[in-house]
Design a protein around this ligand. Structure first.
Ligand code: ADP
Ligand code: ADP
Ligand code: ZN
Length: 219
């Protein structure tokens, strides 16, 4: 067992493969995969108080207010399963969330998985997801049996916010707000750029290589 905690943030435009890589890294390092998008979608599905407040924002591809998002993440990262580390996907999304995160938690690596907007739109249009958290692509990463999750046998679905308008809005927000966090992370010495326009395994290798070079072992 490695003694070191491993706390990773994945950033990158929609469709860059954050969820896909987070699953792989989570399995490899035995760390929880935390996606704010998944947590918000779950809240909408369960029609919780939070879910009712944020449903319209999610459908339009707009960001949920920082106070709600920060509180949700802080609560989740404080749970026992995050003590050895975690993989965060979809948070932070703007400078104020980034400052909140680093004020309250230590982060070892921020990986930006980068792809062009054209590639992003191609990927999102073929994305299929399972309630268990697995993500597939009808061409690039198909399940063994069409429409069925390899891991749990669940029925695969198109995400309701994977509509072209909402995707374009999310890409615009990414370039306007999310990418602005990069200089902040660079000054902290924790930022790494990853070429996302490679096969899934090659992207994974690039990330694991950097983690290994910094003396973090597999659990
Ligand atoms: P994608 O990366 O495909 O845009 P996510 O699953 O990360 O999708 O997020 C889905 C939606 O959840 C976002 O469009 C936004 O409404 C909300 N969301 C997720 N993470 C955050 C965050 N850190 N801050 C504010 N809103 C968020
Ligand atoms: P994000 O979480 O960044 O929005 P996902 O992991 O959901 O991205 O990936 C978006 C879509 O692209 C999914 O259908 C996924 O299977 C596919 N995908 C992920 N990584 C790659 C890759 N390196 N090459 C081709 N397709 C990919
Ligand atoms: Zn599944």
């Amino acid at each position: 067992m490695t003694e070191k905690k491993l706390r990773i943030v994945l950033m990158g435009p929609q469709g860059s493969g954050k969820g896909t890589q987070a699953q792989l890294l989570g399995d490899y390092y035995h760390l929880p995969y935390i996606s704010t998008g998944d947590m918000f979608r779950q809240a909408v599905k369960e029609q919780t108080e939070l879910g009712k407040k944020i449903k319209d924002l999610l459908d339009k591809g707009e960001l949920v207010p920082d106070e709600l998002t920060n509180a949700l993440v802080a609560e989740r990262l404080s749970q026992p399963d995050c003590q050895a580390g975690f993989i965060l996907d979809g948070f932070p999304r703007n400078l104020s969330q980034a400052e909140f995160l680093l004020d309250n938690f230590d982060i070892d690596f921020v990986f930006e998985i980068d792809i062009s907007d054209d590639e992003a739109v191609k990927r999102i249009s073929g994305r299929r997801v399972c309630d268990c958290g697995m993500t597939y692509h009808i061409i690039y990463n198909p399940p063994q049996k069409e429409g069925i999750c390899d891991r749990c046998g669940g029925q695969l679905k198109v995400r309701s916010d994977d509509q072209e308008e909402a995707v374009r809005r999310r890409l615009q927000i990414y370039h306007e707000q999310t990418a602005k966090m990069i200089p902040f992370f660079q000054t902290k010495g924790i930022f790494y750029h990853i070429n996302g326009e490679q096969p899934i395994e090659a992207v994974n290798k690039d990330i694991v290589k950097i983690i290994t070079e910094h003396g973090f072992d597999k659990n």
